[in-house]
Design a binder for this molecule. Sequence first.
Ligand SMILES: [Zn+2]
Ligand SMILES: [Zn+2]
Length: 290
Amino acid sequence: MSSPPPAGQLLAPDHPYWEKCARHQNKHTTRFVAHLFLCDGCAERLRRECFNDRPPMFEGLAIDGFCALCNRRQMVLLRQWFVCQICLGVVLAYPKTFAASQAVHNFWTTQIVRDFPNLRLEETEIVRLEPFIPGRRTQRRKSESVTFLDFAAFDVGLDDNPLAFHIEMKAGPGSIENMKQFQLDINDSNDVATVCNNSGIPAYIFHVQVGEEHAPPTRHSVARGMWWTDCFRLQEHLQNVKPRRGEEDKHAGYYCPGAFRVMDDFLEELRNRGYLALRERLAREPLPTR
Ligand SMILES: [Zn+2]
Ligand SMILES: [Zn+2]
């Protein structure tokens, strides 16, 4: 392995990783070039955390636009790296997850903080940028060992256990209102069940609709809607389990979207401390895993 050139330097044709995917830790040939408009902070972060510290082959064309990682409008530069198409799909999904997570924080700050000073939200599973390491387990979490989902909410008014509920966040392009079936990977539904059963604390599932807005030549991900359900209600709306299209080794559960409700109802759920009733139910009736 040759050591990477210092920051600021560009990848040159005589570099050992020329025409190699930047996200693949090993030498994986690709001639596909990713074009990403990024702010300086995100370019640095992407390079260090995701691209094995390999420099871009081009950096320039500064423009006022949206960063393709943090979604913020600011001065961004076009950066080009060799990235294979599979890894590009992963990189392009990061801003969608960031937008969804931001939407959950915004909902909490604008709708919940004032009326529920007893509740506190914590992001417990922060989105990590990762390189592709061949042979390493690609599954995000190992089901047996997970103790938290994406967010956890604490109720300081509870004296025994302040952990009130977990939140599993799912980001997708669709609106619940127009959806035929809501899809959740079996790995994810098993994580929800395991975390709930092990902690004795219920989970809510948030679906955040995330779309893309173009401000050529830049674009960014925008949250357009949010819906919620709880771990039991979702389970009761399971219609079938089948392989994911194009990925026969991965199964997903398909649910009736009627499981989900509008966010105004979530405030009602909190007012009633519905999570305490769910906690009692969970003690009697553990969630199934598959
Ligand atoms: Zn950025
Ligand atoms: Zn790759």
